[in-house]
Design a protein around this ligand. Structure first.
Ligand SMILES: [Zn+2]
Length: 185
């Protein structure tokens, strides 16, 4: 296996993006949100923590103003920091740079296939690392996997960064971020 980048994650921040999901936004069979990246612009992130990246209980990565400043300074393409109306210093981070997860990874476990929405309700990677299908290492930037991980409505993609990006993030002083490794075969 070859190192192609890093997986980034953070602690949970003790809040949920959604209190409830409108019934027309969930699968009528399994109850999972149809659009796992649709977010709630009225969300408020709760008590202040010093981490640059935290996750809601329902799997949304929330970044700090400093992380957003870093992204803008680097000029990363296709990376979005979605704003919250009532919480101007926190942002929901997504990337349109999609990396295919290695579906042949022995660590990938998928259960409870829903025939209505054609997704697995439970997706786990039994590793703090990520396994992806790529020819070359990731360039400097922020990426996310095509697969989402977690149970039901807590599912979200894995965020990945380039090898150089990790160094730049640490140098910039971003904190509270845990780095796993991203490998390809
Ligand atoms: Zn379903």
């Amino acid at each position: 296996m070859k190192l192609v980048g890093y997986r980034i994650s953070g602690f949970d921040n003790g809040t949920c993006m959604f209190d409830a999901y409108p019934s027309n936004s969930t699968c009528s069979k399994c109850g999972m949100r149809l659009d796992l990246l649709a977010y709630n612009p009225l969300y408020v992130s709760g008590k202040f923590r010093r981490s640059s990246l935290l996750y809601t209980y329902d799997g949304f990565p929330i970044v700090s103003q400093q992380f957003k400043d870093f992204i803008e300074l680097q000029g990363f393409p296709n990376v979005d920091c979605h704003a919250f109306v009532n919480d101007p210093r926190r942002f929901f981070l997504t990337s349109k740079n999609i990396v295919p997860y290695d579906c042949n990874s022995p660590y990938l476990e998928r259960d409870e296939y829903c025939s209505a929405c054609e997704r697995f309700v439970s997706v786990a990677t039994g590793s703090k690392n990520a396994f992806v299908t790529l020819r070359e290492p990731l360039p400097n930037g922020i990426f996310q996997t095509d697969l989402t991980f977690g149970h039901q409505n807590e599912q979200s993609p894995i965020l990945l960064v380039g090898i150089e990006t990790k160094r730049l993030m640490e140098k910039f002083g971003l904190r509270g971020i845990s780095y796993g490794r991203a490998y390809r075969r």
